[in-house]
Write a protein that binds this ligand. Sequence first.
Ligand SMILES: [Zn+2]
Ligand SMILES: [Zn+2]
Length: 309
Amino acid sequence: MKKKELDSETIRKKVKSLIENFEEELKGKDLRQKVLSLVPVFHHLRELGKSLLGKEDVSSARDRIIFYFKKYPGVVINGDELLVVSAIQEYARRVRELRVQFGWSIISGVTAKEMAAENELPIEDIDADKMKPSDYILLSANQDRDAAHRWNIANEIRKRKDSVRAKILEYLKQNVGNPVTGEELRYVANDKTEWARRVRELRTEFGWPIETKNTGRPDLPVGTYVLESLCQSPEHDRKISDSLRGVILRRDQYSCVLCAWSHNDWNKSDPRHLELHHKKEHVRGGENTEDNLITLCTVCHDDIHKKKK
Ligand SMILES: [Zn+2]
Ligand SMILES: [Zn+2]
């Protein structure tokens, strides 16, 4: 460890002397000469940045980038910082690899903005509107080992000649029950900005149970989306706005008002989820209001509708 610290200091002195010598070069007339004498300054600055991490297990640029992100999860990191710690120009490509092949949920400023526009980025102290495209956030310090597999699926779906909505739905269906990140959905949508809006429409207009931390699954990590089941909710229960949904779910404490089922009780052999039900049915004039809506698990919800028929 001590040797590495010494290295940083040695490099610093080197940079300093190079810059001092550059005073002479500046006075010269030959442009090429000036450029050539600046080159080693760049190289040494890069070495200096690299030496700051001072650890043996961060020998590759990619390792250094994720090391840095993991030190500051949930913090907006600018690409220029990654330039310093990675010491390579193509740090953006490494960030992509970390996300795609290694399953780190790093989102870019562009994706963050698109998520925030749909109220899906509930990180305190972060104003997504101020984020630049070259900014990044590591959303979770947990690596998702299945991500590489999922990105293969995403890659296949994104090439299809289909609408953005159809592609997103297909991707979610192939990952039913498992959270995927906004960054993946954006990729499946061929990076089209509309992706976040399409997700919301799939939920509110088409009745697909796609949940996020904000819409009924406080247990989910920020920035992830999960399709809870392959069944669309009945037509009469759709068109409930996300904000109203949130109000009802919070009021009912994210559990079924009949049997008290909540997501803490979820298991593979009984994969329920929560839905909203109109006490007075929509078709009979029941409205989308707080008084008329209750939270039910899918089992109780099915029962109630069977009894009515
Ligand atoms: Zn129930
Ligand atoms: Zn119902």
